[in-house]
Design a binder for this molecule. Sequence first.
Ligand SMILES: Cc1cc2nc3c(=O)[nH]c(=O)nc-3n(C[C@H](O)[C@H](O)[C@H](O)COP(=O)(O)OP(=O)(O)OC[C@H]3O[C@@H](n4cnc5c(N)ncnc54)[C@H](O)[C@@H]3O)c2cc1C
Ligand SMILES: *[C@@H]1O[C@H](CO)[C@@H](O)[C@H](O)[C@H]1NC(C)=O
Ligand SMILES: *[C@@H]1O[C@H](CO)[C@@H](O)[C@H](O)[C@H]1NC(C)=O
Length: 465
Amino acid sequence: MLRRTSETLARPRRPPGPRRVRGSEEGPVVGDLTAACSVLCPSQHRTGGGQVLKTAEEKGSKFAVRCGGHNANPFFSSIDGSGILIDVSELNTLELGKDGVLQMGAGNRWGDVYKFLEGKHQTPIGGRQNDVGVSGYLLGGGMPAFPALYGFGADQVRNFEVALADGTIINANEKENSDLWQALKGGGPNFGIVTRFDIQTYPAIKAQFTVNMYDPSDYVNIMRATAELQQAMESDPKLGAFVYVTSKGIIAGLFYAEWAKERPKAFNTFFDLKSLVATAVPTTNGTMKDLVAAIGAGANNPPSRRQYASQGSKVSANLYIKVYRLYQEIVDKYGEAVELSYSLQPAPTAAIKHGEKLGGNIMGLEEVPQTWWAFVSQWTDPANDTLAQRAIDELYQGMQKISREEDQWLDFIFMNEGKSTQDVLASYGEANLQKMKKVQARYDPKEVFQHLQNDGYLLRKVGQC
Ligand SMILES: Cc1cc2nc3c(=O)[nH]c(=O)nc-3n(C[C@H](O)[C@H](O)[C@H](O)COP(=O)(O)OP(=O)(O)OC[C@H]3O[C@@H](n4cnc5c(N)ncnc54)[C@H](O)[C@@H]3O)c2cc1C
Ligand SMILES: *[C@@H]1O[C@H](CO)[C@@H](O)[C@H](O)[C@H]1NC(C)=O
Ligand SMILES: *[C@@H]1O[C@H](CO)[C@@H](O)[C@H](O)[C@H]1NC(C)=O
């Protein structure tokens, strides 16, 4: 039977974010949300997920599926006392095959995967933060530190082991159930509960990384340098980067997939900028585990409430500069109550081409150099929930408007950093949407994942966002 338990509280918790009262449109809500009933799938019973689903279906109970619990959207991987929380975190086996394919229980977090593989001199195309769950990351596409090298996280999945709504467990790969295989590469929680991911790993990447901090008053030059670096990434797949804009400073993470003797020329502009005020991480030769640890070190003690929103665009210094100005206006307007920030994440053409070669994902990415924007609003006081939502909406919607005006628009919205009100699945394009609907009808004909699953980027919600 289902246990009334607080077991999930004992493990690392999702980062606190705004919570929504069901039925309330405005949103954000007080306090934390804990499922009264939760069911864990012990590693001995990978079929547990299937059995719980069957029970949920028979009883018509609502459920939510949680891996790392990192998704900041209320109710995407949580549920109140009326439903079942299916927490897969006990599915934490890791087994590396001779072919470099890692069989990974769906409950792992990237930190454990990096640790496991480091001793074996292999690298996964994983998240840039140790706590992030493998499931949400891979089902949402997965942006790694070096996307141009091998593609996105989801592209690396050779096989998904999936518990379907009727309780059966099947495999989805290039040969078996290949329609489901493709749909799961970016299609999120619509088709089943993944119990195991078999991912391609690669010989250990020798990562060279630096994190620099800049005076934001120099934003024009910093934004130009960013667009210039993205152009350079088109011809050198070893380059990786992010630019993170905060009200206190602009941070650039500059990565190279080789222990270069001399700094790659593509980074020179960033090092020559007069606005370089501090080095958070001096240039270091290390492993991927070291790189991820170095990025994570800067992310301590975030305010307790958080909301993301995302949008893709083409690469354009003018767009970046105009959005920065808008950001400044919004920050000035909202003051201390809300901490707004955003990152520019390069998604080079090579990454998109790798995805196609590896069998194709469902995200409908155009073959152009692009930027995946991630906007974040963070705050502490529940009294400021509405304000914080308004601030992030003004920012990402403003960016969308400018990117249309500047002719730099791309439809794509990155699921992993999306806001619940964004129509992520529709952003993949009509053909992919129809593919996903077909797959959903074939593998979940009773629409259990659409109607009993608490929330998430669900096909039934497309067009309503
Ligand atoms: C600090 C931080 C750093 C991040 N860094 C990155 C990054 O580098 N790259 C990147 O791409 N993203 C990154 N993200 C975003 C992250 O990938 C997403 O938040 C992702 O959804 C988290 O996955 P999770 O398993 O931890 O989350 P969860 O909240 O547990 O799950 C997310 C979604 O997946 C569903 N789900 C979970 N497990 C399963 C399963 N086994 N089967 C079916 N559905 C399932 C849930 O129901 C939910 O809808 C970061 C987020 C944070 C907070
Ligand atoms: C990184 O390794 C290369 C090759 O061994 C070396 O030439 C370079 O000086 C190293 N860089 C740093 C910052 O340690
Ligand atoms: C909430 O916002 C108000 C201004 O609207 C501000 O005075 C207050 O300090 C904020 N609370 C926190 C904790 O930031």
